[in-house]
Design a protein around this ligand. Structure first.
Ligand code: R5P
Length: 300
């Protein structure tokens, strides 16, 4: 049996095993035992390769960050020389500034923690707003930021005739422009003012969407209110259909109901976060990134 090159947790077995197959890395399960008082214990396979990938998406992140801390430190003790985190969704990237004194800048703290544990981080469409790049948020040696935007654009084109892509807020401009450019689609970007966790105000750009199949494209759907408000405005403006394509499906059933009530026809997401709405996979893109990372480690 070859040394373990890709460590994963049970709940993410489907994605991790698909990635292991694409990369030819030998997968190994990290076992978890939960004690009655809420603490837990992990057990890693004892024979690791010198380069190890830990696959752990950071949606619902709090317990997962502790799991990563334990697993990464133990992998080093077991001899892992190069340690890479594959976290298709990276948590806490949205809190990148203290708006009032005393407010915690979670992005910096989580970024520093991950950089202290790993040599490389691979992720997809992290929410980087006021920082220049992923390396600034996570100061690791190799910070690889992939984008699902072209894949989502391709999906929109497959599903709808001549779709019009709309980004619901300024931050989405980076993804919607990329998706549109890759597939020669019309696009525009709205502006958003967040009024609270469950309330947003959206200003539409001056566009004519009458009779068009519009796809709202964003990095994250969480409460669903951004996309729901966007859909309402688009349908009022005469859009024929409004669908949603997001990289990270962080939404629950209640949020889904909010979006459907607003008139959204279909919600499509990538498998960055396992969800019933998953319609496309990012694992081949991650596999490619890991293979280029492997070459870089070989030259170190
Ligand atoms: C933030 O600006 C992100 O890009 C998303 O638009 C946001 O996280 C969506 O949140 P919600 O679904 O709660 O409106």
């Amino acid at each position: 049996m070859a040394d373990i090159g890709l460590l994963y947790f049970k709940a993410e077995a489907v994605s991790a095993l698909a990635l292991a197959k694409l990369t030819n890395l030998t997968p190994g399960l990290i076992e978890r035992h939960d004690f009655p008082d809420g603490e837990f214990k992990l057990k890693l396979p004892a024979t690791l390769a010198s380069s190890v990938v830990i696959f752990h998406g950071l949606d619902r992140p709090n317990a997962k960050l502790v799991e990563l801390l334990f697993a990464a430190k133990t992998a080093r003790q077991l001899g892992a020389k190069h340690l890479t985190l594959v976290a298709p969704y990276l948590a806490y990237m949205r809190q990148d500034i203290a708006f009032v004194p005393g407010e915690v800048v979670s992005q910096r703290i989580v970024g520093d923690l991950l950089a202290s544990l790993f040599d490389a981080v691979v992720t997809v469409d992290p929410h980087l707003h006021r920082v220049a790049d992923l390396q600034e948020a996570i100061p690791v040696k190799y910070a690889i930021n992939l984008s699902a935007a072209p894949i989502l654009g391709e999906l929109a084109l497959k599903k709808r005739e001549q779709p019009f892509l709309l980004g619901p807020d300024e931050e989405s401009a980076q993804w919607v422009a990329q998706a549109a450019k890759a597939h020669h689609l019309d696009f525009a970007v709205a502006t958003k003012n967040r009024l609270g966790d469950y309330a947003v105000d959206i200003q539409m750009p001056s566009i004519n969407v009458a009779g068009r199949a519009v796809v709202l494209l964003d990095d994250i759907a969480s409460s669903g209110h951004t996309l729901a408000r966007g859909a309402e405005l688009l349908l009022t403006a005469g859009a024929k259909t409004v669908d949603v394509a997001v990289t990270h499906a962080l939404f629950d059933a209640q949020a889904e109901a909010v979006m459907m009530k607003a008139g959204i026809s279909q919600i499509w997401s990538t498998d960055c976060v396992l969800h019933a709405s998953n319609a496309v996979t990012v694992m081949p893109a991650i596999a490619q990134a890991l293979s280029s990372l492997c070459e870089r480690f070989n030259h170190d």
